[in-house]
Design a protein around this ligand. Sequence first.
Ligand code: APR
Length: 229
Amino acid sequence: MKKHIVVLTGAGISAESGLGTFRASDGLWERHRIEDVATPEGFQRDPERVLQFYNERRDQLRQAEPNAAHFALVELESSHRVTIITQNIDDLHERAGSSHIVHLHGELTKACSSQDVELIYDIGYQPIELGGRCELGSQLRPFVVWFGESVPMLERAAELVAEADHLLVVGTSLQVYPAAGLVEWAGPSIPITVIDPGTPAHVRGANVLRKRASEGVPAWVEELRARVD
Ligand code: APR
């Protein structure tokens, strides 16, 4: 039976595709206040500003391409069972061709009803306009988990990490909970590898490779596949 590799990804895996990370010195949270653009209260106060913030990010995503790290994780599927749990709202894992992807924080290419977040609509790269309404008549909002909101996919993600044979963590500062706590669900004897050129939060027992994703992930995948052949 194929070994199950569970991969937890963050903004760093898409950095080399041209999408900025959040907490770098030139990151998104240096230019925007979280409470303005990534909370339900911010949306209530100024929906237009919030819609514009995500419309710009969606437009930027349309012009981005998956990089070697996204593609290497697709290649790994030929020798391993691979599940990707991503904090990213971009669709670069999908566009690279990965088969099993869990989005913890939502998806930029979807909108949902602000009255019932289970009413979800595919919008591709189109903007959400102020006045754009769901079928219940309420304003459409980005299908994104904001700070202070629950993370519906968390339980499923924890189950997946708990059954992993190897946990790979790529490009996340591990500063945002509950996502960061997922690493604790890995079994006690399960190898954990972290690929990140910066200094993410400490993960007990992890092998840390200080490399950029586009370099570190393909090399790691190649090594793992060589061990199977
Ligand atoms: N390759 C790999 N990792 C990289 C690269 C790269 N080329 N460039 C930067 N990184 C690393 C940084 O060193 C950092 O550890 O990516 C990480 C990015 O961290 P954050 O900006 O905090 O992004 P992330 O961990 O994904 O943020 C988590 O916070 O506000 C949010 O909801 C948002 O999902 C996001 C969550």
